[in-house]
Design a protein around this ligand. Structure first.
Ligand SMILES: [Zn+2]
Length: 385
């Protein structure tokens, strides 16, 4: 049996920290924790020398690609390529995120995810975030309008089936015709209804939240903005107590002060840091493809010909550093925003916390928030050179 003993670690959870803690792990699960554990293990990692912090591994629930690969490539190689790349930034789990494309292409990607089983290398694939095609053409951004369509419950059921029940989040515009019935069906299927690429008014959002919307996709980007006489999706998402908000903290998608405003209003308990990264992440600046469209990746981000933002090349590591720089948030709050909140949303009951019974998915960071080691299911999958 594979056992691992981590000694002298400073453990950070969303609501507490423990100094000089030992963790005993058996077959990827945390079995026992405490000071000076008297345990024999096949492997040991001692944290004393490096003064590193041990956090639950980051979970990126909105990522399209990395290192030249995209979820819409619909190949096993693409999912492997993304999974292996993400561990370098402290990510131990992710949701493969699709984009608005033909039904045929979306279905191919869902089947590909379903077939991606028993992969124990790199970050763990927890399921799919389906972004589109049930979106508002008025808030398209980089999602191609020609493939957008009104919400269809029969398609949802078909896709749920095809994915093997692996759809975890669906981004939709709830104000579209049949949008509310669609949201209710998402709740029935235990899929998170996240409003995004939406032109809903404040009132429409309130109705949608009553119907089951619990999240906002990349807050601020591609949604009806805040106006003092029509607070829009942004105004509603900031105020609805039961709505989590995704944030892309690359300082390109949102101004640092806008990020700080969200932190002040929502608090770390309701923020989910994501990257929304596309295939150019980890590669040099240049020209890339996103859903059949040319994207230019330069210092000011990933953009279509017309200048519209087309995903990001952000890493979770950088998102965390940026969040800290602008809000001066605590390490506990970083854990909430990178792991605990999203695990709770996804009902991933063995993720998002370092405690007995949870998965041994960790990231070891220093006081500058640089990732030193990533551990997934008790295996060291990345080590800083
Ligand atoms: Zn996206």
């Amino acid at each position: 049996m594979d056992t691992l003993l981590i000694t002298n670690s400073t453990i950070i959870n969303c609501d507490e920290r423990q100094e000089r803690c030992d963790i005993f792990i058996e077959n990827g699960k945390i079995i026992e924790m405490g000071q000076s554990l008297k345990k024999e293990a096949t492997r040991t990692i001692d944290c004393q020398q490096q003064s590193l912090f041990l956090l639950p591994g980051f979970i990126d629930s909105h990522i399209h690609g990395a290192n030249g690969f995209d979820v819409m490539d619909s190949t096993q190689q693409a999912l492997e390529g993304i999974a292996n790349h993400l561990v370098k930034e402290g990510v131990t789990s992710f949701l493969a995120t699709t984009m608005t494309q033909s039904n045929e292409n979306i279905e191919a990607s869902l089947v590909n995810v379903k077939n991606y089983v028993d992969h124990f290398e790199g970050a763990e694939l927890l399921g799919v975030h389906v972004e589109g095609p049930f979106l508002s053409v008025k808030r398209a951004g980089a999602q191609p309008v020609e493939f957008m369509q009104p919400p269809s419950i029969s398609l949802l059921e078909r896709w749920h089936e095809l994915s093997g029940g692996f759809i975890k989040i669906m981004t939709i515009a709830p104000e579209l015709e049949d949008g509310l019935a669609f949201v209710k069906q998402l709740s029935n299927l235990n899929i998170i209804a996240s409003m995004g690429h939406t032109d809903a008014t404040m009132d429409e959002v309130q109705t949608a939240v009553e119907a089951g919307v619990t999240q906002a996709t990349h807050l601020f980007n591609q949604m009806r903005p805040f106006h003092h006489r029509e607070p829009g999706v942004v105004g509603a998402a900031l105020q609805e107590d039961d709505v989590f908000v995704e944030l892309i903290v690359d300082f390109i998608h949102s101004h640092p002060k806008a990020v700080n405003l969200v932190y002040k209003v929502k608090g770390a308990k309701q923020i989910i840091l994501i990257t929304d990264a596309m295939r150019a992440k980890g590669l040099p600046y240049g020209e890339y493809d996103l859903g059949g469209q040319t994207v230019h990746v330069e210092e000011d981000g990933a953009r279509l010909e017309d200048g519209a933002l087309a995903g990001s090349v952000l890493t979770m590591e950088q998102a965390v550093k940026n969040m800290k720089a602008v809000t001066n948030c605590s390490l506990e709050e970083i854990v909430a925003m990178t792991s605990t909140n999203v695990a709770r949303q996804l009902q991933a009951t063995t993720k998002g916390r370092i405690a007995v019974g949870y998965d041994a998915d960790f990231v070891l960071i220093d006081s500058n928030l640089t990732v030193h080691k990533t551990i997934r299911h008790a295996q060291v999958v990345y080590e800083k050179s």
